[in-house]
Design a protein around this ligand. Structure first.
Ligand SMILES: C[S@@+](CC[C@H](N)C(=O)[O-])C[C@H]1O[C@@H](n2cnc3c(N)ncnc32)[C@H](O)[C@@H]1O
Length: 283
């Protein structure tokens, strides 16, 4: 068989990705080849003449087929960077979003003393990205991550181990009403908040590859908040603070649910796109 070069392999993949409407297909092809070869993207850019062994080409070809089927690159890679930390993903975890870093900023703004021995509870922990990022920033804090998905809990535990945080993080499978083994100083949650009917209209990368349990907020997107907010009220310590991620346009409705349960809205934080993304509330 004739030896294929990096340039030739990229030229074969490009039309397949472009035909599938993958944005920035050229960059994606380079990223996928770098993954298949196990090298940095700089090697792909700097050495188009290098040969691609047949076994690597086969791996690349399969990855291109998956990406052309709109599987996100992070899922091919099996991990996602969040707050500069690496989080392994599984089929049961949401792919963490940069928008959710707004919650981290909000918590850190409320607790400028990084040595505070806070007890944090993260409802709907998924990959564990919120809880584990907070524990990495607050070295005296401990935390519990809860998720209905057994697979998500397993992935979050693995992430805690690989980040060296398993001594301060525990995880359990349960729903919004799960006991938290004592009051929490900080409650964070990025619950599912997409109205059920809208899910099919989302990009295929989201609609087909994110776990439905991580997206589906019921008819109006607010089901999880309705259940979680009264529970959070019971589980929060007297001076505690809750931090909820919300979807675009949900500020008013979720604020209403919070005040109905006896919370006082403290602040609303916007994400990098200027969208109101995090509600901060106290009792
Ligand atoms: C939007 S994802 C957030 C995941 C992660 N915290 C993040 O920010 O990337 C929502 C999470 O809530 C979990 N979940 C859905 N329904 C739940 C329920 N009734 N009780 C507990 N967790 C639930 C899902 O499995 C999912 O991991």
């Amino acid at each position: 068989m004739t030896e294929r070069t990096i340039a030739a392999v990229l030229a074969m993949a490009l039309p397949r990705l472009a035909a599938a409407d993958i944005p920035d297909a050229r960059r994606e092809a380079r990223l996928i080849l770098a993954l298949a070869l196990g090298v940095d993207q700089a090697v792909i850019l700097g050495h188009p003449e290098r040969p691609v062994p047949d076994a690597v080409f086969d791996r690349f070809d399969k990855l291109v087929t998956r990406r052309a089927g709109h599987e996100p690159f992070s899922r091919l890679l099996g991990k996602r960077e969040f707050w500069s930390l690496d989080f392994a993903l599984s089929a049961d975890t949401l792919d963490p979003r940069p928008d959710s870093e707004t919650l981290i900023e909000a918590v850190l703004a409320e607790y400028p003393d990084r040595t505070a021995p806070l007890r944090i509870v993260d409802y709907g922990t998924g990959s564990g990205c919120l809880l584990l990022t907070l524990l990495s920033e607050l070295p005296q804090a401990t935390g519990l991550g809860i998720d209905l998905s057994v697979g998500a809990v397993e992935t979050a535990r693995r992430n805690a181990e690989s980040l060296g945080l398993s001594g301060r993080a525990s995880f359990c499978q349960g729903d919004w009403s799960q006991e938290t083994q004592g009051p929490a100083d900080v409650i964070v949650s990025n619950p599912p908040y997409i109205p059920s009917e809208e899910i099919a209209r989302l990009a295929p990368e989201v609609a087909h590859f994110e776990p439905r349990l991580a997206l589906d907020g019921g008819e109006d997107g607010l089901d999880a908040y309705r259940k979680l907010i009264p529970v959070a009220k019971e589980r929060l310590s007297p001076l505690g603070i809750v931090f909820f991620e919300i979807g675009a346009g949900q500020t008013e409705d979720v604020t209403h649910l919070l005040t109905e349960s006896g919370f006082r809205l403290k602040s609303v934080r916007r994400d990098l796109a200027g969208i109101e993304r995090c509600l901060v509330a106290t009792v």
